[in-house]
Design a protein around this ligand. Sequence first.
Ligand code: SF4
Length: 720
Amino acid sequence: MRETVTPTHCPYCALQCGMNLTPAPDGRAVEVSERADFPVNRGALCGKGRTAPAVLSSSVRLTSPLVRSEGGALAPASWEEALERVAEGLGRTRAEHGADAVGVFGGGGLTNEKAYSLGKFARVVLGTSQIDYNGRFCMSSAAAAGGRAFGLDRGLPFPLEDIPRTGCVILVGSNPAETMPPSLRYFTELRENGGTLIVVDPRRTRTAEQADLHLAPRPGTDLALALGLLHLIVAEGRTDEAYIRERTSGWEEARAAAMAHWPEYVERITGVPVPRLREAVRLFCAPEAAMVLTARGPEQQSKGTDTVGAWINLCLATGRAGRPLSGYGCLTGQGNGQGGREHGQKADQLPGYRKLTDPAARAHVAGVWGVDPDALPGPGRSAYELLDALGTDIRALLLMGSNPVVSAPRAAHVEERIRSLDFLAVCDVVLSETAALADVVLPVTQWAEETGTTTNLEGRVLLRRRAITPPRGVRSDLEVMHELAARLGGEGSPEKGFPTDPEEVFEELRRASAGGPADYSGITYRRLAEESGVFWPCPAPGDPTGGVHPGTPRLFLDRFATEDGRARFAPVSHRAAAEEPDAEYPVLLTTGRVVAQYQSGAQTRRVDELNAAAPGPFVELHPRLAERLGAAEGDPVAVVSRRGRAVAPARITAAIRPDTVFMPFHWAGEGRANTLTNPALDPTSRMPEFKVCAVRVEAVRPVRAARSVPAVVRPAVSPA
Ligand code: SF4
């Protein structure tokens, strides 16, 4: 018998690695094998992707709806009863308190079809403006800065395959060795080809270990670092004046701001010695082509948009944007972090990356949806602001593909807000910490059980294919929206606007996105099945006999997407983080990920192999800090911020600055890192400041006699 092989993509991060799935012989749902023909990962997978099928057949998988009884417990219920309860809960809130009292919270892991349908469902069926998603926590500052500079936001404006062929890459606040390991080969190949890698990170991460130059600024100061580098670029006469003149605007203001940031001043702010700043400038400016790539480090700050803008300024001042093998890009985090921010689940957005405030965009999308443009609500609150309003302005919430009890900043407060809701419905595959608080939990299908598209960090639209039949008792998110539309949508057959077939949804998405910045109208499931993805924008041919648009792997080569075609410098200056250390909270906390867990851990914490590799939270701290506390490797230490207290074992390493501690954020309970984090928002992107807050660190056990602490596992961070 011939084996059925289904080529598809990993359910986790934005690399969207290709993999093949085959039926497993031994009770597991499917087996993963190498898919060497997919160019992004060429068969390589990290442990998360390799073990992803374990969640499909996990014993904790939800296979029946759960409804909370009068007594307060969640108990299995029929789909009919559960859907009725959801419709009743959302409908009653809408009737009693108005449409905006109902909130919708989506996720950056939802397929394009689900994200599109969720935005439509919120605005057309519920009539609420209160929709946003957890992608706001992930890369919205880069999106805002990219939009401001280039007139268009796409994570990478070039394919990953360009990285090994450029001359230098500055990787800012990114640790792909742990977050997306198969991508590391692009940087390895860059160095093998004679290029150089500069890593900017307060920790000497596994990625930083491979760099030619590692700059370790104090958390929250990389805006100043970028300004210091630009100052040196100007002072050393390394700007590309012809490029600045012909392809940019706003240089004089940006230049003046940078010139106020003397290298010695920048050294005092960042802790990065001036000779290292000079070395970075030399490495970045020497080759003809270079790139700057950012990730959550510079983005998750209360000045994230300006920080990313400052790094983009480096590219613009040196003529390294909109040219072959050069440019600025953002390494998006979540599986569909890119597509999820393009098609309408964002508070201010309509499909095709259109703006909800644009009358022409409203008219176009309303036409596709068959509704009056005036009936579409305006922009709503951003993710944290939405969560903060739960239980007050927002009384009921429909949540899909997110676990904010673990992943939101100031998580204890967010949890308390969620508990205060009149009604909460959650669609998930397992009983996440947030689902456990719901009035109704709807068990939904997962990646290998459903077909749909995602858009990876390169802007490459991909087809995930259904490989196996879902368990009995489980339905897709699209079916849930279809059923709820029938119950909540009023006259006619509103559910017809919410097809359950993903390809049918995609066909509508194509029409809704046509002519928008993220134009998918030339992309079809058939093309995606035959090609290794298609890069947007990909408009449909203008004339009936026209050929097929090839897609757009590389953006901005002729002009930027601004009105005048010029890239815009950001006139930015250093400012402090929202919280600076003081006598009570003298240490900085930064948060991030580890290789064996993914985001809030809702899926990966259910996989034995991953739990064995990364069983729980920890506090990474420098030996000098550990010695002051009298803490040894593995001792529990408490990290206390103005928002709460978390306790986790000490992991002692000289790979972190002595003034900083690090916690991964994948876990709930006592070691929940987000209990501590600061929800201070970037004024433009409304992204919270996950990456820096002031804390104090305490030994939990009685303090031992001070002693030297071993366990230095990685080389020291230099500018301590
Ligand atoms: Fe999946 Fe990302 Fe790992 Fe690739 S790198 S296998 S997409 S988690």
